[in-house]
Design a protein around this ligand. Structure first.
Ligand code: AMP
Length: 431
């Protein structure tokens, strides 16, 4: 298939060619004609699938007839709003808008928190068609009267699951209430939790679905194995497994940043080289941890779900769920890190009595029970009763730690005051 068959205008085809793209990616091939036909879209696609061009190209095309070459702000109206969770993503998307729109007189801007607001105000006043924004800073601009939503025709929620994880649901709802009811809505997400389904049902109008299975589909070659264990003995069991099975590259998932840090430190104490990777680590720290892991300088990389999403690591032999995720889809996401491209992988889950329901949810999603094996010396004590998984701070060795996924607000509650302190989309960057 070539781009010529998708119904795109010559200016866009030229820009695509300039970029060296020869064939559309699956999400582009499916989504572009649907968006051009005016449909709302529900797309299951992650970064790396070419999803940005899948929405930017058709939106540019639909905005082109109204675009003006005039520099007068009065000749420009904000017609498309693209919401994204982080400033990096906002910048990348706007860069794509500029790249693909280079032969069209369509103007764009980006607004995100954590930086001076004034240059953004200036850019908005100059007149734009497309705005790429993180939710918090967008609302700040709205409160300052810098935005006119009355002409919005397109709304894109990109990485919608990450926005929910980062506690943006209330901001998103506020933003939706500001937009004209008649508009075309496109939602991109890698995972679909119950919260997401709720958001979707209130947002999308008879949406067309596009699903590029990509990384989110359970890999065929993964062997799943559950090891039942008491919550307080998980760490000892993990060290035992790594030593006895001589594992040398293991990605371990925890639910919280605190839990990931603690586990990494404890593994080090056990003599197993390890690093934690999560949103409280600086970018250089994350890069170093990843490089050390890839080069084999450390055996274990302990990650939170969100931190792991951006990681460019494929085909790992072993993934360990030290704590089961709150949302079953995240299990699929986690184990998608192993068993790729024909190589076999192993997904181990250390499951304590508190996590019985989470395990059931995963088995329901996968539509089959996961095999279970008690490791000698680590049989769970039947006298230990389930305890609720504590929300918010935690990080106990077992199932008690973790913040709940719904809304994810507790994760950032302390950093995202409701008012009146300045909000920052960027400050709530990925975990
Ligand atoms: P995205 O998933 O939108 O972040 O895109 C991932 C990467 O794929 C970006 O570096 C794009 O420039 C690139 N890309 C997007 N579409 C194509 C295509 N049709 N052919 C080759 N590369 C592409």
């Amino acid at each position: 298939m070539s781009f010529d068959t998708l119904g795109l205008m010559p200016e866009l085809l030229r820009a695509v060619r300039d970029n060296g793209y020869e064939t559309p990616t699956p999400v582009q091939a499916q989504a572009i004609p649907l968006v051009l036909a005016g449909r709302d879209l529900l797309a299951g696609a992650q970064t790396g699938t070419g999803k940005t061009a899948a929405f930017v190209l058709p939106i540019l095309q639909m905005l082109a007839p109204q675009a003006s070459t005039s520099t007068s702000p009065a000749r420009h109206a904000m017609r498309c709003l693209i919401l994204t969770p982080t400033r990096e993503l906002a910048m990348q998307i706007e860069e794509s808008v500029r790249t693909y729109g280079r032969y069209l007189p369509i103007r764009s801007a980006t607004v995100f928190g954590g930086v001076n607001i004034n240059p953004q105000v200036k850019a908005l006043r100059a007149g734009i068609e497309i705005l790429v924004a993180t939710p918090g800073r967008l609302l700040d601009h709205h409160q300052q009267g810098n935005l006119n939503f009355s002409q919005i025709q397109f709304l894109v929620l990109d990485e919608a699951d990450r926005m929910l994880d980062m506690g943006f649901i209330r901001d998103i709802k506020k933003i939706l209430a500001l937009l004209p009811a008649k508009r075309q809505n496109l939602l991109f997400s890698a995972t679909f939790s119950d919260d997401m389904r709720q958001l979707i049902s209130g947002l999308l109008n008879n949406p067309a679905s596009v699903d590029v299975a990509a990384r989110n589909a359970p890999a065929e070659l993964v062997e799943h194995l559950v090891h039942p264990v008491d919550r307080e003995r998980k760490r000892a069991l993990l060290s035992h497994i790594i030593r006895s099975q001589k594992l040398d590259q293991v990605l371990v998932f925890c639910r919280t940043k605190h839990g990931a840090n603690r586990l990494s430190e404890q593994l080090e104490t056990d003599g197993i080289a390890s690093s934690a990777i999560h949103g409280n680590k600086s970018q250089p720290q994350r890069i170093k941890a990843l490089a050390d892991f890839k080069e084999g300088k450390i055996t274990v990389l302990v990650a939170t779900d969100i931190a792991a999403r951006g990681l460019d690591i494929d085909q790992l032999p072993h993934v360990v769920n030290y704590e089961l995720p709150h949302v079953a889809e995240d299990y699929v996401h986690r184990i998608g890190r192993t068993g790729r491209a024909g190589s076999e992988g192993m997904a181990l889950s250390l499951v304590c009595v508190d996590e019985t329901k989470l395990l059931k949810d995963i088995e329901r999603l996968l539509q089959h029970p996961l095999p279970s094996k008690v490791i000698t010396g680590f049989a769970p004590d039947p006298a230990i009763k389930a305890e609720p998984i504590i929300t918010g701070r935690g990080g106990g060795g077992g199932g008690r730690s973790g913040s709940p996924r719904p809304g994810g607000s507790s994760r950032f509650a302390s950093r995202r005051p409701t008012s009146p302190a300045p909000r920052s989309g960027a400050s709530a960057r990925g975990k």
